[in-house]
Design a protein around this ligand. Structure first.
Ligand code: U5P
Length: 230
């Protein structure tokens, strides 16, 4: 069975799934859309490096192997229709909702759940919604929260080695065949905010029309390659 999303094609076979990264970039619930040749391979390899790092830190991910240039072999997951955001600093929709200054520290990592639904602009929900709407049990929600914070602190440490700041990040989780909560989808400049001395290395370059996003995405991949080989 095949599924096509805004930025990926998923091909499910008996034992594995293949996640093919497209060159598309979107923002604003899919209203802004472009094709950047080479983006798919950059995001696929970046995801592979970061998920391998996270699995070494004890976090269960769907990654089996990177198949160059733009595909990941992964274990099939039944995905929760959710985005799990962890914030270390104030930015983006946090600032729009609650105020404050971009880049200000949060005292502890903040976890937010959003239902994936472009038409409703991805409504933010709490654990009670997840239970009552039948999206996830309280226990599954707690597991997502715990894994998301652990992954974020590990990635923060990874990027800090090169003096980059991880501001926030979005994860997607699913259940494997044994019912374990496993980290799926991707980890790339599409899904996190990464800064160095005020310079933007993530999709905000595209969202805010600040230049060539691909140049920054390439620099993040080079950074991941070099930190990974240290
Ligand atoms: N994010 C996504 N996909 C979305 C919405 C947000 O990956 O559909 C990521 C952003 O790139 C950012 C974090 O790193 O989640 C928080 O985004 P925001 O809620 O501040 O827009």
């Amino acid at each position: 069975m095949n599924y096509e999303g805004k930025t990926k094609i998923v091909k499910v076979t008996d034992d594995y799934a293949l996640l093919e990264f497209k060159d598309d970039i979107t923002a604003g619930d899919g209203l802004k859309h472009d094709v950047l040749t080479g983006k798919g391979s950059i995001c696929a390899e970046t995801t592979a490096i970061l998920m391998k790092y996270l699995s070494e830190k004890g976090i269960k991910t769907h990654l089996v192997e990177y198949i160059p240039p733009r595909t990941l072999k992964v274990i099939p997951l039944k995905m929760f229709p959710l985005e799990v955001v962890v914030r270390l600093k104030k930015a983006g929709s946090f600032v729009r909702r609650y105020g404050g200054v971009e880049g200000e520290d949060l005292p502890v990592p903040l976890v937010e759940f959003f239902i994936k639904d472009d038409e409703r602009h991805d409504p933010m929900v709490c654990v009670d919604h997840l239970e009552i709407l039948g999206i996830a049990t309280r226990e599954q929600a707690e597991k997502m929260k715990e894994a998301a914070v652990k992954a974020t602190l590990a990635l923060k440490e990874f990027f800090e080695r090169a003096n980059f700041e991880l501001w926030d990040i979005k994860y997607e989780f699913g259940l494997d065949k044994d019912g374990n909560v496993v980290l799926g989808d991707e980890i790339s400049p599409d899904t996190f905010r990464l800064r160095k001395k005020g310079e933007i290395f993530d999709k905000d370059v595209y969202r805010r029309d600040l230049g060539d996003p691909l140049k920054k995405y390439r620099e993040v991949l080079e950074l991941c390659r070099s930190l990974n080989s240290q």
